[in-house]
Design a protein around this ligand. Structure first.
Ligand SMILES: [Zn+2]
Length: 215
């Protein structure tokens, strides 16, 4: 949910957040021609993030610098203007495909293991937001801020609720939070930073649990 108390952000910052690399000329031109933006201002309300993201996605096609993505851009753009993505994760050719495959594999493995509730402890606020926006259930996800003190009781409730708890190491995760979940049989730790690595780990954990249940 947009926070009404958040100050307006630079348009260039919002665009970078949405995966548009500088110089962002096409994105800024479309934004400033839309009802969401005042062309005389350099800032924009965070509340307009979603409509702006949707508008730009209909007109522009984000492609990373990789040679094979660049080569396929014109063919796959589907009438949109190819523009430079901030990186492979924001690339609509390789990023979307790889992340989509990792997510699909995680979903399939969880379904197979009968896991419908997953708790993830750690990650940055940005990655948690990204996960919320891009990962509707199943499985249902409970995302825990690893920097805010949690009581042993809350952790027990999380562990009882979730079929599996993933501790996202190498991210913003305090030991006093992760230690609450550590010894449990249904928890595991992943040290890969990206969301894709998180899904790959979870898929593997679900496959292992599925095999154990069958043996
Ligand atoms: Zn790419």
């Amino acid at each position: 949910m947009p926070d009404p108390l958040k100050p307006d952000r630079l348009k260039t910052e919002l665009l970078a957040d949405l995966g548009y690399a500088s110089p962002q000329s096409e994105a800024l031109a479309i934004l400033d021609a839309s009802p969401y933006s005042n062309p005389r201002k350099t800032r924009i309300s965070e509340a307009k993030r979603e409509p702006v993201a949707q508008l730009l996605a209909t007109r522009l096609f984000r492609v990373c610098q990789r040679g094979d993505c660049q080569a396929r851009a014109a063919e796959l753009a589907d009438g949109r203007i190819p523009v430079t993505a901030t990186g492979p994760a924001a690339c609509e050719i390789c990023g979307g495909a790889a992340a989509g495959q990792a997510l699909a594999a995680m979903r399939a493995a969880c379904a197979q293991a009968g896991w419908t509730r997953i708790c993830i402890v750690g990650g940055s606020p940005k990655t948690r937001r990204e996960i919320r926006q891009t990962t509707p259930p199943p499985p249902e996800l409970r995302l825990i801020d690893g920097t805010i003190a949690r009581s042993a009781g809350q952790a027990r409730i999380d562990l009882a609720w979730a079929h599996h708890v993933v501790l996202w190491g190498g991210t913003q995760l305090d030991h006093k939070v992760s230690n609450l979940y550590m010894p449990a049989a249904n928890s595991s730790t992943v040290v890969k930073r990206g969301v894709q690595g998180l899904w790959a780990h979870l898929a593997e954990a679900a496959r292992r649990a599925g095999r154990q249940a069958r043996d």
